[in-house]
Design a protein around this ligand. Sequence first.
Ligand code: GDP
Ligand code: CA
Length: 319
Amino acid sequence: MRIVALAGGIGGARFLRGLLAAVGPQDEITVIGNTGDDIHLYGLKVCPDLDTVMYTLGGGIHEEQGWGRTDETWSIKAEMQEYGVGPEWFGLGDRDFATHLVRSQMLTAGYSLSQVTEALCVRWKPGVRLLPMSDDRVETHVRITDEQGTRAIHFQEYWVKLHAAVDAEAIIPVGADTAKPAPGVLEAIADADVILLPPSNPVVSIGTILSVPGIREAVAAAPAPVVGLSPIIGGAPVRGMADKVLAAVGVEATAEAVALDYGSALIDGWLVDTADQDSVAAVEAAGIACRAVPLLMTDVEATAEMARAALALAEQVRT
Ligand code: GDP
Ligand code: CA
């Protein structure tokens, strides 16, 4: 079976680990990764979501943190701080730096981001084909108003520095309107047997991937069933501040509202947590097949069970 999954960082990567445990060796998984979180720091290109997927599936992730490398050290950051060079709020460890150096060196030499990602994956062997959503530069910005007035700041500044403590007024994927899907992305979607939307952030992870012209249209037009899993349980994100960016796009932070926002034109099936059993009928009334199953990714086996439920729902809605 050919499975395509759209993925952000932690939520996407953890789900994919469960999906890999649930499928067989004959199944092929293509992951379309969000690059809207990318940031240029010290002249290096940093791709947090691609790296989280790569490190998580390749066994190099810092487990508790959910991002960055295991057994990390911080000498470079400390040395930079001695020079008074920040940003001090963004965590790039020494081992992680190597990834960004290799990536940036290859980009400077003229390779595309997809070629670089493939090269990095030779080391990490994630067990999936990892494609960036686009080789073109897309960077999500967030419009806020604070004592400095109304301005747009980089998503990482909003998320990591400000911890989304200020209301987001708008989410702008800068560059998306002219970006092209990376090679292989549209083909993988069209050829898929199943398309999954992991419990990644619906706005700044999945929403950003879908904002690349052609990708949303391809997913909606794909012959394969499209099934999503809710990142929202009991009216709140399981982890992180997704409610803040949902508010910016006028969507309530509930499993039901997120499903209706994706809409029946995009998704055929939706999984909510058992805590949200009451929302199943409303989602189904909107033309989306819905089931309530445990959606906490407490360990790989629990996550594999979520993946099996998503694949089973895909079979049920296959027409
Ligand atoms: P990010 O790029 O690192 O923010 O990661 P993603 O966008 O891939 O995923 C973030 C989302 O994962 C958040 O909105 C969380 O609510 C969701 N999430 C994290 N852990 C779990 C879990 O155990 N179960 C579910 N259903 N969602 C989760
Ligand atoms: Ca992310």
